[in-house]
Design a protein around this ligand. Sequence first.
Ligand code: CTP
Ligand code: MG
Length: 181
Amino acid sequence: MAVLEIVVIAFWAMLPAYVPNNAAVLAGGGRPIDGGRTWGDRRVLGDGKTWRGTAVGILAGVALAAILTVLAPGVGDALGFAVPEFTPLAAVGLAGGAMLGDILASFLKRRTGRQRGAMFPGVDQLDFVVVSLLLTALLAFEWFRTWFTLEVLFVVVVITPILHVTTNMIAYKLGLKNEPW
Ligand code: CTP
Ligand code: MG
């Protein structure tokens, strides 16, 4: 595979996992998932993980996967190589996994004494990738194996932190997010 092809496939395949976090930032608010409950003297998840943000995030990722699936044949023809069409299970794995990873990261942050919004280098940038890939492999193994070759996985691990840092910086500058991470 040519480098461009690998990068395009990695980005395209991960888009349904990239969008949920950003959609959640825009939609967040309302009742926190942990209902305000604490574990010891700390919140289980904190006010930054809400039902509305999570639901809108997953829906946005799945909707994007559906749109990309419609566009894939035309885009593939134009580029000269195939780009992924998403099965429903792959879409749910990518979008749901991204939100789940973000929630697990908040759980970890609270357990390690980090307040809401605190930085957790490494975890902040890769939590959602790891869990979305795991959940997708679990729910749609054949699809996962077809598209996430070792080269594609390598590119995903390299470009995701870069994209994450960039979009969060933009969201911060636009006043959509409280911290630039
Ligand atoms: N958000 C949400 N539900 C989610 C994820 C995010 O409502 N499942 C919204 C919240 O308004 C949150 C904002 O998006 O404040 C930014 O997300 P994130 O940086 O993940 O949360 P933090 O507020 O930084 O909290 P934490 O320290 O737990 O990550
Ligand atoms: Mg944060």
